[in-house]
Design a protein around this ligand. Sequence first.
Ligand code: GLN
Length: 461
Amino acid sequence: MLTVEEWKNRLECESCYDLISELFERIERSNLNAYITLCKEEALKRAEDYDRGKLKGKIAGIPVAVKDCISTKGIRTTCGSRMLENYIPPFDAYVVEKLKQEGAIIVGKTNMDEFAMGTTTETSYFGVVKNPYDESRVAGGSSGGSGACLGGNEAVLALGSDTGGSIRCPASFCGVVGLKPTYGLVSRYGLIPYANSLEQIGPMACCVRDVAILLEVIAGKDSRDSTNAGKSFKFEDKYGDYNFKIGIVEEMGGNEDVNCRFEEVVELIKSMGFRVGKVSMPSFKYALAAYYIIATGEASSNLARYDGVRYGFALDNLDSWTRYFSKVRSLGFGEEVKRRIMLGTYALSAGYYGKYYLKALKVRTLVRRDFERAFSEFDLLISPTMPALPFKIGELADPLTMYKMDVNTVPVNMGGIPALSLPVGFVRGLPVGLQIMGNHFEEEKILSFALKLENYITETI
Ligand code: GLN
């Protein structure tokens, strides 16, 4: 897999134009279906600019893939949906502005579950993304294209978005690193929303250091996102000799395959000299149910704008307003999106609001308190990222079974804390990810620990 350092080394001896052309040849030959839209012309133009010394910045000349729910000026942004099949944003998201300022070359827009609703990228209108380790399996979701393009050498860096695990799941399934930042660290300006109170844009890459570099680029102050914390990020690796205290979350686990590798990794962590203990988070047994109430509630409100008049794809035959509206929505949205709009509308309705939505908000408070208590005792918490290995395409046909796969990732979004998925080896040739969680704005700790573990694992495997 490609790293920033390797790419920079290649740039010393080859032209950026040739390297980017070669990358596109690989993408065009690939079966992974990681990209919805390629930006070949613009990318090659930027590569020429780099070769002429006109492109400067922290990631100058580095090919970056951008999830297709992140707005890119003049480049089609579909959100994996027929509803936005032909939508071309007139502005760049904050993170895209930053990528451009730092000299990145945007390769294309990556495939994703429709409106980021899913765990396997099978709900995309543009077809399923295949796992780079086994093409009969899924790449995870919803940022499946961003995970697969890294695992398949089709980009060096990628942006994903994570509402309930959508960066960490594909990172885990594709054997790459993905970080969901603290809520508010990265501006959501220009991110097409699914569930605003839970989601963050975050970096994905083939190694921990590259995730840190990309986070430095995209974290920062932006007044156009009212939830933005106004903080920037600089990775200094200042926990060099720090003796981390690591908590294993008892309520987060996996099947036999995953647990077996997880336990081996815990032993590795102990042998590195870190203190390891167990921690119980009683609220987590309600977290998944509460997440699906909050996320679908926010989604039902966010997706109301796609009526074929104000937003979304339009039909020629203007019928009565209600018939037109429902026709556009019937044709424009897929099954999963419709299911969630209905679930969310029901949970927010006058008669059931108290019974479901308010209850879910109370659970969210309990989850936050459990994290506060745990972080008063431990520096970081760990668990398997996903409870299972990458699924066969079509294996998770029942929606409830799919929702249950988010059990380890959603508490993080409920708590607004940062978490990273680190590849920690393979079971039967398929990658396993370790989830490392930290307190609010402690990305530095997570990255320092992940870097140490990554080095240790590379040396011991
Ligand atoms: N799988 C979760 C869901 O479908 C998370 C998706 C995401 O993080 N965007 O809601």
